[in-house]
Design a protein around this ligand. Structure first.
Ligand SMILES: Nc1nc2c(ncn2[C@@H]2O[C@H](COP(=O)(O)OP(=O)(O)O)[C@@H](O)[C@H]2O)c(=O)[nH]1
Ligand SMILES: Nc1ncnc2c1ncn2[C@@H]1O[C@H](COP(=O)(O)OP(=O)(O)O)[C@@H](O)[C@H]1O
Length: 184
């Protein structure tokens, strides 16, 4: 059928502002995919809205059953995109936005060549560090891990993604991502 929605992968280092950007995209013809994760819910996070919070054994069971479009371990926790919800949305003509890490992004691209790959870049390393700190939820150890990982993610992003948006001024970054989505 011709009126299927499209898949948009949005990746970028932790703290760059992916979550903030995707929340502000036009949802009239697009949905945000809700991932499953084994990490603990953060303050104010709701099951089924921010993530599907499940145990590691439930997650592993779902891997065995082949229920994930992609999954990856990020900072010690498993994260995955449920295939059924994505499929349903796409078949109903909705675009689906996947805010996932680069490992997952590459898996999606392998299975679904038409997926559009968008990478969010920080204006600078200093600004990235500031944003990670501004969330005030990570320990020093986790913060330095996230920064180390950021360099690796950016390298992978540069070689495998098609669209790059620097998240400097938020409104501008949102409209650039929106323009990319609208161009498909
Ligand atoms: N591969 C994959 N990565 C995901 C998924 N959901 C979230 N992530 C990524 O996991 C990382 C950690 O997410 P989270 O715990 O929400 O923290 P934060 O995004 O860094 O604030 C981020 O890079 C997310 O993009 C998913 O379903 N699959
Ligand atoms: N353009 C921006 N300028 C300044 N701060 C931003 C900008 N975009 C996002 N932030 C802030 O940076 C922090 C990390 O953003 P978040 O969306 O949680 O990142 P990610 O989902 O990539 O981990 C949040 O405190 C958010 O409010």
């Amino acid at each position: 059928m011709s009126n299927n929605g499209r898949l948009f992968v949005v990746s970028g280092p932790s703290g760059v502002g992916k979550g903030t950007i995707v929340k502000r995209l036009d949802k009239s013809n697009a949905v945000l995919s809700v991932s499953a994760t084994t990490r603990q819910p953060g303050k104010g996070e709701k099951n089924g809205i921010d993530y599907w919070f499940i145990t590691r054994s439930e997650f592993e069971e779902r891997i065995e059953k082949g229920l994930f479009l992609e999954y990856a371990e990020v900072f010690g926790n498993l994260y995955g995109t449920p295939t059924d919800k994505t499929q349903e949305a796409v078949e109903s003509g909705k675009d689906v936005i996947l805010e996932i890490d680069v490992q997952g992004g590459l898996q999606v691209k392998n299975k679904w060549q038409e997926a559009a790959m968008i990478f969010i870049m920080p204006p600078s390393r200093e600004e990235l560090e500031k944003r990670i700190r501004s969330r005030a939820r990570d320990s020093e150890e986790i913060i330095s891990k996230r920064l180390e990982e950021a360099d690796k993610e950016i390298e992978i992003g540069k070689s495998h993604y098609e669209h790059f948006v620097v998240n400097d001024v938020l409104d501008k970054a949102v409209s650039k991502v929106q323009t990319i989505i609208n161009s498909y």
